[in-house]
Design a protein around this ligand. Structure first.
Ligand SMILES: Cc1cc2nc3c(=O)[nH]c(=O)nc-3n(C[C@H](O)[C@H](O)[C@H](O)COP(=O)(O)OP(=O)(O)OC[C@H]3O[C@@H](n4cnc5c(N)ncnc54)[C@H](O)[C@@H]3O)c2cc1C
Length: 415
């Protein structure tokens, strides 16, 4: 080990995985993130739920719940015909060491951006902030040498390349060595809205707000509202931004939707179509959906398990490695876990050690992800998300970082 030696790290993509990796690695290494989009790169304002396995890692890297206006979630409720079917209270903090957090996606990303780029003195850590280069895509890669070609034609040589370029990753096939791995449609479509509670109140007028909407009655639950007619449609609803907004993810089989959007998960959805598809749930839901200012729609896709995530000094992380549907709400959590596994690139790691270290990280990350992908897929057919979530709680939320996982498997002491 050479004290003071820093690896040159290039991260491709400034999404949730890339920014978390930048925060993890900036303490001891020289980190540059290349992002094809602009500083305002679209992340959508809708909600995202981070489970204790993700939150524990975020807490250790200084994630500020208050800045992200995160709402702690204490359980799941299912509803049908306006009635509570099941109420599963969860004291996740005492079981797993952290609560689940419901957040606006853009607030989440802003806080990750701060952790990646704020002065080290502000964060109380060593090292230098990561540099973020916007409007610059990676267009090519030599994964063994760590040479990244950029959209301006220039090349960068790195000791480590972290490919965090999302579900439609350009670098994935280069790492895997095959053209056969790309995200495919699952037959499910998700409409997503974030509705301001004030706007919804006006729209509801004299109608009493639904049970899952009122702070007094929702009791910080995430709610799953099933269709009254037993058709395969449901809405997941939870408060975000300190309760001033509500996220509603409205999921149905794609054939019931006339909309086709596959390439961007920020595609604008048809508001009238959303109300037509879900307005029969109840009059209050119809009005709440009407109050949405922006509707996003996404045909849910996932990726077969890749035969490898690493090649030479390059590792795929996040959706580039394991895109899956939100039916278990684990995609971003796994992305955070992947990023944290890069802690194995300890201070003083030499260039020639990188390949073996990335393989070690992969040996923990890939089997765990394979299990969660398989469980997520089981919900595609019957749409019983809440039940499967509860069943998988220990496996999903019990993960406690790469060193603990290695210790549990190999008896290697964590640091
Ligand atoms: C409807 C929906 C709801 C979800 N809800 C949840 C949830 O509640 N909880 C959860 O854990 N997960 C959830 N997920 C999954 C989660 O959103 C993803 O797993 C997560 O965003 C993946 O992060 P990422 O950084 O890998 O990819 P992204 O966030 O997509 O980031 C990829 C980045 O790479 C950039 N990029 C792409 N190509 C290049 C290139 N060639 N060069 C440079 N930059 C490039 C892109 O511009 C982008 O900024 C949900 C997903 C969907 C679709």
């Amino acid at each position: 080990m050479i004290n003071g030696h820093k690896l040159r790290v290039v991260i491709v993509g400034s999404g949730l995985a890339g920014l978390t990796a930048a925060r993890i690695l900036r303490e001891h290494h020289d980190v540059t993130v290349y992002e094809r989009g602009s500083e305002e790169v679209a992340t959508g304002g809708q909600g995202i739920m981070i489970a204790p396995n993700g939150v524990k890692i975020l807490d250790r890297i200084g994630y500020d719940h208050g800045r992200a206006a995160a709402v702690p979630i204490y359980g799941i409720r299912t509803y049908k015909n306006g009635n509570v079917l099941e109420d599963v209270g969860m004291n996740l903090k005492s079981w797993f060491g952290a609560d689940s957090l419901a957040q606006k996606r853009s607030d989440f990303r802003d806080e990750l951006m701060r952790l990646a780029t704020a002065p080290s003195s502000e964060l109380g850590i060593l090292g230098d902030p990561a540099k973020i280069v916007f409007d610059t895509a990676a267009t090519g890669l030599n994964p063994d040498e760590g040479i990244v070609t950029l959209s301006d034609g220039s090349t960068i040589i790195a000791d480590v390349v972290v490919a965090a370029d999302g579900i439609h990753s350009r670098l994935r096939n280069i790492v895997v060595g095959s053209e056969d791995y790309f995200a495919k449609k699952t037959g499910l479509t998700c409409y997503r809205v974030a509705v301001a509670t004030e706007d919804a109140k006006k729209e509801l007028g004299d109608l009493p707000p639904p049970h899952w909407w009122e702070p007094n009655t929702y009791q910080n639950r995430s709610s799953v509202i099933y269709a009254s007619d037993d058709s395969p449609r449901f809405i997941t609803a939870y408060p975000i931004r300190n309760g001033s907004y509500f996220n509603l993810s409205c999921i149905l089989k794609t054939q019931e939707s006339s909309t086709s959007t596959t390439e961007s998960w920020n595609a604008n959805g048809d508001h009238a179509k959303l109300i037509e598809l879900f307005g029969d749930f109840s009059e209050s839901i119809r009005r709440i959906l009407s109050a949405a200012k922006e509707v996003k729609v996404w045909e849910l896709q996932d990726l077969e398990l890749l035969p490898t995530w690493t090649r030479g000094r390059t590792m795929l992380i996040g959706d580039a490695a394991h895109a899956m549907t939100p039916m278990q709400g684990q995609g971003a959590n796994l992305s955070i876990e992947d990023a944290e596994s890069l802690r194995l690139l300890a201070p003083g790691t030499r260039r020639e050690e990188v390949e073996d270290i990335l393989k070690l990280a992969e040996s923990i990350r890939r089997p765990r992800t394979a299990h969660i992908l398989a469980e997520t897929r089981k919900s595609h057919a019957n749409m019983k998300v809440a039940e499967r979530l509860t069943k998988n709680l220990d496996f999903n939320c019990g993960y406690d970082g790469i060193y603990a996982a290695l210790e549990a498997r190999d008896g290697v002491l964590g640091s």
